[in-house]
Write a protein that binds this ligand. Sequence first.
Ligand code: MG
Length: 390
Amino acid sequence: MVNFEPAPRDNGLATWACHAAASRGRRRPEPPAPTRSDFQRDRDRIVHSSAFRRLVYKTQVFLNHEGDLFRTRLTHSLEVAQLGRSMAYSLGLNEDLVEAIALAHDLGHTPFGHAGQDALDACMAGHGGFEHNLQSLRVVDKLEQRYPGWDGLNLCFETREGILKRCPLPQARAWETEEPGGVGHRFVAGLQPSLEAQLTNLADEIAYNAHDIDDGVRSGLLTLEMLREVDLFQRFHQETLSDHPDLEGRHPRRLLAEIIRRMLSAQVYDVIASTQQRLARDNPTCADDVRRLPPLVGFSDEMKRSSAELKRFLYRALYRHPQVMATTDAAKQVVGDLFTAYRNGPDELPKDYARSSDPIRALADYIAGMTDRFAIREHQRLTGQRVFPD
Ligand code: MG
């Protein structure tokens, strides 16, 4: 007989954390699970969703078929969860909630990363546009079909709040009418999300800055010499070589891994220390207090400058690199052509989508849900063109 006596899950959390037992709950009330907290249950629902499985074949920066060692949206999301949980633990925050938000934060991304989103947004001009944060929430609220009685995963307010990182004001106002005090409220009222949401957002940034360096060097588009113009990189490059002079020239992969490890640690410790200072200054007594205060999770001023410099470098040297831009143009063509092909031939769509009461939005949902390789195959089937080499 399994012992269903639950361990006291919320013990050890700070007063400013989101305690699962004090959750604002689900839009459709459900009895509690016998063995898991509500946030653990949310995480599990996300892991079992079909949108989550598709993240493995979606581009982060490098297209999924360019190599097996590059990050995908799935491995990126796992790295965000790892960084987020480890900082949450030190700050007394709810690790389960951070993990749930991290694993869901990119569910709304189109195939081909930001290029895909921009192309789909352009196709949807005049029909409400397309934005991946809104789409991530739409996936967990509406598009997943796994329950007999409702659409979506019926996640807790706190998980949905964290997933909705940004929201245009008109959209927030519309939701506020539909669901007063819900996830649109903070954008209308100028409030902050929970500390867990703030933390996951920063963990996302720390994760991609680090792994884009790694993938950039692996791809050959970035070199250690180029990276040394970035202060943060240069500092740990020097430190690593003075601790391990034998790495110079002989073990470039180990050298890079060690530099990135040190950069990550420095950023994580900086976030923990700076956030602890702000928490001590403002002394929130509960999660709702946090929502009324200015943002509390963040870097020190110095690390903020270093991180911004690194971001500018990556933008210039990697994201705008001609080789990356070439795939960007091809990706935009695939998404644009798919949109036109389905619009002109709705019979090509799966029946569920073709029968929707809002056919244009259903078309965007269908394209956004595609993996890179499925989009490429569909494009070839519908247009006879091959825009990406095998
Ligand atoms: Mg992300």
